[in-house]
Design a protein around this ligand. Structure first.
Ligand SMILES: NC(=O)c1ccc[n+]([C@@H]2O[C@H](COP(=O)([O-])OP(=O)(O)OC[C@H]3O[C@@H](n4cnc5c(N)ncnc54)[C@H](O)[C@@H]3O)[C@@H](O)[C@H]2O)c1
Length: 335
């Protein structure tokens, strides 16, 4: 599919990932980008710097109300199915979270069928692997939910359902659908809803308040932090491709420890505060391991995507964005 001159709908458009997908679509010459969001979690403020663009249309809409999708999807070439509840908000409101992640996705596919939308790119997650055993994790790895916390397991199940909806609607109705399994996404417009990216935000806030950064346990827990600009590029490349019915890891393949994250925050902010170690008491957690190795081979071969933003550069960009936001509202670091 050609991106230039196309019309695209981003469900959950007022989100971390949706806002960056919109920027990437604009950069690739899309004619119209509809950001559809009911602001259950995001807000119009998240996309304040995009709203003035004449090719951006912000629409208040709920993926649980199929009639609102029928309206928004008219004349649409492709849909980025990004609206969803992450593990943390899902744990706080399971009834709504499960409905949005499951029934909402069914509505998206039904509305696509009704409106003749040709392609869907679905935001899935590496949570679909559950707690994987050590070794290279490629897309053939079976799910292991045996040791996953209940909220994380429920979230993983909703993404497995979403991926199978992609396959079902692809096979039965010819809607080209791809699922992208993101690792830990972070970057500019970062929120506090991602259990792993939360370590970055909470420690940045501590430093701002003049409190020492806290490293959970011995800091050896690792995550694969993927910058949101890379995730947005993967989305648009998936939309542009002819591949259908497939799932892809969207990860760097690099495991970064919490020790390293805090080290970077200390370096970039220039704080003299010394980090302290504390037992991790977080009630909701995703996989917590000291070894993680996601394969990038499938997405490199089939879509030609590779990550471009290193963790050092990505954290620098995230902090620069926070500093601009803080300056705009007059929030200053503690002396
Ligand atoms: N952030 C990550 O690390 C990560 C990792 C893996 C997968 N994902 C998936 O990517 C997607 C986006 O993640 P994010 O971090 O940008 O999320 P986010 O929490 O910033 O955004 C989700 C958006 O969906 C909207 N939304 C919720 N219910 C809705 C409804 N009924 N109708 C319309 N909009 C609704 C919210 O208001 C919000 O703007 C989610 O589906 C998430 O599960 C994210």
């Amino acid at each position: 599919m050609t991106i230039a001159d196309g019309k695209f709908v981003v469900t959950g458009g007022a989100s971390l990932i949706g806002s960056h997908v919109a920027e990437e679509l604009l950069a690739r010459g899309a004619r119209e980008v509809v950001l559809l969001d009911n602001y259950a979690l995001g807000s119009p403020d998240v996309v304040k710097d995009l709203i003035g663009n004449p090719r951006i249309k912000l629409v208040r809409g709920d993926i649980l109300c199929i009639n609102e999708l029928y309206d928004a999807f008219e004349g649409t070439d492709g849909v980025f199915a990004i609206a969803g509840f992450l593990t943390l908000p899902l744990s706080q409101n399971p009834s709504l979270g499960l409905a949005v992640n499951v029934e909402g996705q069914v509505n998206i596919f039904e509305a696509c069928r009704y409106r003749g939308v040709k392609r869907v790119v679905f935001s899935s997650s590496v949570a679909t692997y559950g707690d994987p055993a050590p070794g290279l994790i490629d897309e053939t790895r079976p799910t292991n939910l045996a040791t996953f916390q209940p909220a994380a397991a429920l979230y993983a199940c909703t993404k497995i359902i979403g991926e199978n909806l992609c396959k079902l609607y692809s096979a039965r109705y010819g809607i080209g659908a791809i699922a992208l399994r993101y690792a830990t996404v972070y970057g500019e417009r970062q929120h506090y809803r991602g259990v792993n990216a939360l370590y970055i935000m909470e420690n940045y806030d501590r430093i701002l308040r003049g409190e020492p950064p806290v490293i959970p346990d011995d800091g050896s827990e690792v995550h694969d932090y993927i910058h949101v600009a890379d995730v947005a590029r993967a989305n648009v490349m998936a939309m542009a491709s002819d591949v259908t019915g497939e799932s892809f890891n969207v990860a760097t393949g690099v495991a970064t420890s919490l020790n390293r994250i805090v080290e970077l925050l200390v370096q970039i902010t220039g704080t003299r505060l010394k980090p302290v170690h504390k037992a991790n008491t977080a009630a909701v957690r995703a996989s917590a391991t000291a070894q993680l190795d996601f394969s990038r081979a499938k997405i490199e071969t089939m879509l030609g995507w590779k990550p471009e933003v290193s963790i050092e550069e990505g954290i620098r960009r995230l902090i620069a964005w926070r500093q601009r936001e803080d300056a705009a509202i007059g929030r200053k670091p503690a002396a």
